[in-house]
Design a protein around this ligand. Sequence first.
Ligand code: 13P
Length: 312
Amino acid sequence: TVRAASSYADELVKTAKTVASPGRGILAMDESYATCGKRLASIAYRTLLVIAPGLGQYISGAILFEETLYQSTVDGRKIVDVLVEQNIVPGIKVDKGLVPLAGSNDESWWQDLDGLASRAAAYYQQGARFAKWRTLVSIPNGPSALAVKEAAWGLARYAAISQGSGLSQLTFEVAQKVWAEVFFYLAENNVMFEGILLKPSMVTPGAECKDRATPQQVEDYTLRLLQRRIPPAVPGIMFLSGEQSEVEATLNLNAMNQAPNPWHVSFSYARALQNTCLKTWRGQPENVKAAQDALLVRAKANSLAQLGKYTG
Ligand code: 13P
């Protein structure tokens, strides 16, 4: 007999469905301090984000950096509680960083499975209801068969461990070749597909390519790739924004939702939701309102794009 994926099965499915609800997507706010500034500034900034009025209308989930899960806003409310009040599901980034993959072609992998079960249980206790795991395969010197296998197997083990602790999960930045192996190993690890969300990158020209792709080209390649590899039982595809500009990320998502597809196709953007917001804020209290407005403009635009109704 196959063991039930988790005693949390019903809750996992419900969480995945809630995060993948119409007209909403994920605010990725799990940058490390190196990206977003010093500790106090980062608390002020993250407070600004989570208390933005009406954010929950466009945002269904928020991915937190580990410390943020335990932190309070500048006025002393738990960040997790504020999110729940906003009708936003708190999530947690669980991967910790790249290490060299021995025996490969100078490639790297994410290797943080040790202790993940107990960490996941603590995160759940603290209010997190889903987890993000990120991995990557690199193109210039790979991906070697070994790197693909490690990435795919690592994702699958992570998913099984997280579901065992009641956390739904997101995967990150894995390319076409890898998806086949990922789903093979997910099945081997008895991961419940209805309780996962996928966080892929869109298929866009490489960072050094001079020609920009149209939203239709991005939509065409990306949906073709996903349709070949991702079972419709997976409730949500939540794209990261990567190197796209704010407007590009919205236009590309909109194109994806104007074409037929079997999933809830939405966003899990960090940069494409926050770039203008962060630039507007510049650490100054008097800019908080304007920065929140900038965040809400992007959140609303992407909400419309999730519905295929963004007109610019
Ligand atoms: P970007 O949308 O900036 O690529 O961030 C992705 C991410 O995974 C953060 O959680």
